[in-house]
Design a protein around this ligand. Structure first.
Ligand code: UDP
Length: 445
């Protein structure tokens, strides 16, 4: 991959969505484009501002009011409140964002705006200011295709019949995407995201073409704008921290003491929440698996508990030295550690991609949004993981991946995807080429 800075010196304005799984890829993208010679300004909300801004002296950060942070001091969102927060801020940010962008344009020309796809309001602001907008989609291309078909699901009542436009997805998968219901504004959010992405000048994806070739071809037909699969972004640079929570590095020293491929890493990302019964079920699955585990229990992720209060009695003594529980981990480093044999994940896109990049097979417990789609690809298309179905014995699923031959085969398939990732980032690789095309495209504005 070439990271030679060119001297184009044009300014880009980036606007990340203030959630962990969206801040990380946007800052990584900012770094990538900076190495291509662009000057970077990042507009961000007061709510969940990008952390460690002093680590990025090369960027200009500008904060705008969002109306949300005033009434919500707590930065921990769950699936429902994040949905509400995004819908809320898509309205409350219109004026502050437009004002901020207009004054930037008075100071200096801007090549284009790059905003998260879920900031759908920014398309009309960019149109009004005559500025091209490129969308950053932080999930997979396959998910974008499924989302583009979802309004049909509601209209045609496909909940009752088979889903012809979505051959891979069963009715159960679709219902999972909608878990929480239509009434909470999910359909509105997804429909607006798709509509305004189609109205943009292009879409950047944190994925690579070889992983999703059929989706890439379908997207190129369905969306009449160029797509740039230039990911995985985190592979361009050594892990840099844009973590909203403090990463506990004791997890790495604990991993250093464990045998190769022996540990299951457990994390459900930054917003998923589970109830106490599910938490207890996870604990008993980890205990009955008899395998070593590193478990991220994010404070507030268990409904009704501050942290570990609802662990079954005797659990800590039972698992002893073979378990390590932390509040938040340096995940990319964890997944790259030789001791990791599997990843029990909610299948957020960043987690899925980070696991593929390290050749780690997955145990999938998707919750909502794109996670059921990602999980379906992991288990049925790439065949690098097992799905945890309701009522399934979790200890058994863990053993299938960590101990059994089946797990080894998944690991081999995942390692061959890892090789494809690395090839895509080489000089003539597809991601590098897509990045060159993106730079050229932006410079043509
Ligand atoms: N993450 C982390 N430490 C943890 C758990 C997660 O740094 O203990 C990071 C992870 O590497 C990923 C992001 O948080 O980049 C989670 O994004 P993802 O899309 O997987 O899930 P989301 O949080 O959006 O549901």
């Amino acid at each position: 991959m070439s990271t030679q800075p060119s001297s184009n010196n044009r300014r880009l304005v980036l606007f990340p969505l203030p959630l962990q799984g969206h801040i990380n890829p946007m800052l990584q993208l900012a770094n990538i484009l900076h190495t291509k010679g662009f000057k970077i300004t990042i507009i961000h909300t007061q709510f969940n501002p990008p952390p460690n801004q002093s680590n990025y002296p090369q960027f200009t950060f500008i904060s705008i009011s969002d109306g949300f942070s005033i009434s919500n001091k707590d930065s921990t969102l769950n699936l429902d409140t994040s949905n509400y927060a995004i819908n809320f801020m898509n309205k409350s940010c219109i004026h502050p964002f437009k004002g901020c962008l207009a004054s930037l344009l008075e100071e200096e020309p801007v090549a284009c705006l790059i905003s998260d796809s879920l900031w759908h309001f920014t398309q009309s602001v960019a149109d009004a200011l005559n500025l091209p907008r490129i969308v950053l989609r932080t999930s997979s291309m396959s998910c974008m295709l499924v989302y583009a078909t979802l309004p049909l699901v509601g209209e045609k009542g496909y909940f009752k019949t088979t889903i012809q436009e979505l051959p891979l997805m069963t009715k159960k998968d679709i219902l999972k995407i909608y878990s929480g219901g239509f009434e909470e504004g999910k359909l509105e959010l997804i429909s607006s995201m798709i509509k305004e992405a189609k109205a943009a000048s292009g879409i950047i994806y944190n994925t690579f073409k070889e992983l999703e070739e059929p989706a890439f071809l379908a997207i190129s037909q369905d969306f009449c704008i160029p797509s740039f699969p230039i990911g995985p972004f985190h592979k361009y640079f050594p892990a840099s921290s844009s973590s909203l929570l403090e990463q506990d590095r004791s997890s790495i020293s604990w991993l250093d003491l464990q045998p190769v491929n022996s540990v299951v890493y457990v994390s459900f990302g930054s917003i998923a929440q589970i109830d106490e019964a599910e938490f207890a079920n996870m604990a008993s699955g980890l205990a009955s698996s008899k395998q070593r585990f590193l478990w991220v229990v994010r404070p507030g992720s268990v409904l009704g508990s501050k942290w570990l209060e609802s662990l079954p009695k005797g659990f800590i003594d039972e698992v002893g030295e073979r378990g390590c529980i932390v509040k938040w981990a340096p995940q990319q480093e964890v997944l790259a550690h030789q001791a990791i044999g599997g990843f029990w994940t909610h299948c957020g896109w960043n987690s899925t991609l980070e696991s593929i990049c390290e050749g780690v097979p997955m145990i999938c417990s998707p919750c909502s949004y794109d996670q059921p789609i990602n999980a379906k690809y992991v288990t049925d298309v790439w065949r690098i993981g097992v799905m945890v179905e309701k009522g399934m014995e979790i200890g058994r699923a863990i053993k299938r991946v960590i101990v059994e031959k089946e797990g080894d085969e998944m690991r081999q398939r995942c390692k061959s995807l890892q090789k494809k990732v690395n090839l895509s980032l080489e000089k003539d690789g597809s991601a590098t080429q897509a990045l060159e095309n993106l730079v050229e495209y932006i410079l043509s504005f």
